[in-house]
Design a protein around this ligand. Structure first.
Ligand SMILES: [Cu+2]
Length: 155
């Protein structure tokens, strides 16, 4: 009886876990958060941003804010009208479309002199990632099948 319950639990995990792991929440700057004099280029360079992921900008409001800008605005640190700012200190941005995205802080010279600017490249989940995803999930299924097998032998 116990073995059957174990198998059912394993089967549920096998189905549910991969779908949970799909979307990633990226906390910008990790534990440093959104701040001045931090290398966001370096932070972003080995990360993969996929449509459906979210960016989270964490900072002590009103010390900073977040503006979504274009490539030129990013280059020149051009601050858009203040009503376009995100200002909560825990700003969650869903990455809804693929392509390049640019974000800057609009406070003082944080962008121009302190490097408080972030650019990322968001990839389409259905085009760029599927082969990797398929490999991961098939590997995962093999792993889970092995686990079920082991569980069946043990109990
Ligand atoms: Cu700032």
């Amino acid at each position: 009886m116990a073995s059957l319950i174990n198998l059912v639990i394993l089967a549920i995990f096998a189905v549910v876990l991969p779908s949970i792991a799909m979307a990633t929440e990226h906390v910008v700057g990790d534990d440093k958060g959104w701040t001045i004099d931090f290398d966001y280029e370096n932070w972003a360079k080995d990360k993969v941003f996929v449509v459906g992921d979210t960016l989270v900008f964490k900072y002590k409001a009103p010390n900073h804010n977040v503006f979504k800008v274009d490539g030129t605005g990013f280059q020149n640190c051009t601050v858009p009208p203040i009503n376009e700012a995100l200002t909560t200190g825990n700003d969650v941005i869903p990455l809804a479309t693929s392509g390049k995205k640019w974000y800057i802080c609009g406070v003082g010279t944080h962008c121009s002199e302190h490097g408080q600017k972030l650019t990322i490249n968001v990839t389409e989940s259905s085009t760029a990632a599927p082969s990797a995803r398929a490999m991961i999930s098939s590997g995962y299924l093999v792993f889970m099948a092995a686990m079920v097998g082991v569980a069946a032998i043990i109990v």
